[in-house]
Write a protein that binds this ligand. Sequence first.
Ligand code: GLY
Length: 392
Amino acid sequence: MAQTFEMIMKYPAADEKLAGKALEAAAGIVREDLARFTDYFPSSNSINGFYEATENVEWTTGFWTGVLWLAYEYTKDNVFREAAQIQVESFDERIKNKIDVNHHDMGFLFSLSCVASYKLTGNERAREAALMAAENLAGRYREKGRFLQAWGNVGEASEYRLIIDCLLNLPILYWASETTGEARYAKMAENHIRTAMKCILREDDSTYHTYFIDRETGNPAYGVTHQGNRNNSAWARGQAWGIYGIALSFHYLKDESYIRLFERVTDFFLRHLPEDLIPYWDFDFDTGSTEPRDSSAAAIAVCGMLEMSKYLDKERAEKYTEAAKRILYALIEKCGNRDIAQSDGLLLHGTYARGSEENTCKNRGVDECNTWGDYFYMEALTRVVSDWKMYW
Ligand code: GLY
């Protein structure tokens, strides 16, 4: 059954007190996790509630360093700052040695680790590492089609496509332009979001996960899913990346045309939430389904709504802030971990990938914690209790 805004408003909202308590619990778990995850990183998703320790590989390690920075900001305890700086050194090594960086996820990795370090502590080595990451991402820009190629070797025909997740990788390019004065990074980001929104937003305001571009003409070719249930369905996390991605680009560019795009993508997300406000992994599924949830999609969407509300007129700002606080309440109550004996993650009930007839994924991290869910949950709580300055 479709949700209406009035229905969402009937739920309790997370206020500063509740969010503060949840943040306190989260910081306590992060403190316990430090012994395992300072020299190593938690794996992308937990297994039976617990993360394995990994080297600095894949697209997800930056979320843990971001969690450490948020814990440092909340507690002011240097133990978190010192652990985060150790990890920043690992990111510096990673980009210098080009370890697992042949993809677009430079923002996820380096905004939350190195840009955060530079913004919070003035660490010059972190700034240099983040700039190398931005340069690496800029190398994926394709003039034919004006977009950043997500995966594979750049220019490769079978991988000539963009994906909605990339909107969260754009801020490192905007930041690079700000910090160096070189406009080219921001221009690429601006061109990318324009191309992406032209391709991925459907008439009904749902989004494609990925979209191929014709390599010869540069014209949009066709959309397919990678992690959604069907090529034409709305993958919940993809829709959430859209919400926060548009808000982040608006923060940097102040392009008024993004307001309508934001409303369309966000209203679709809100309308399709199940009764308890925690989305299933794809919006093909609704209240009563036995399919797993993706709590991380909700946390990402909350952050996006809270960010965009800073720039909207009073009525719209109130609408999205109130909706965000109600989803956050549901997350705290139903997915917030308070017991390290059951899990070392912060946000329960996420789904990394779920296999279906139309996607090629294997089940991974189904009904588990994942590091981005933990990060965006903590960012959302931080946004409610303070006037947080973004790492993005
Ligand atoms: N960016 C990859 C994912 O959301 O799973």
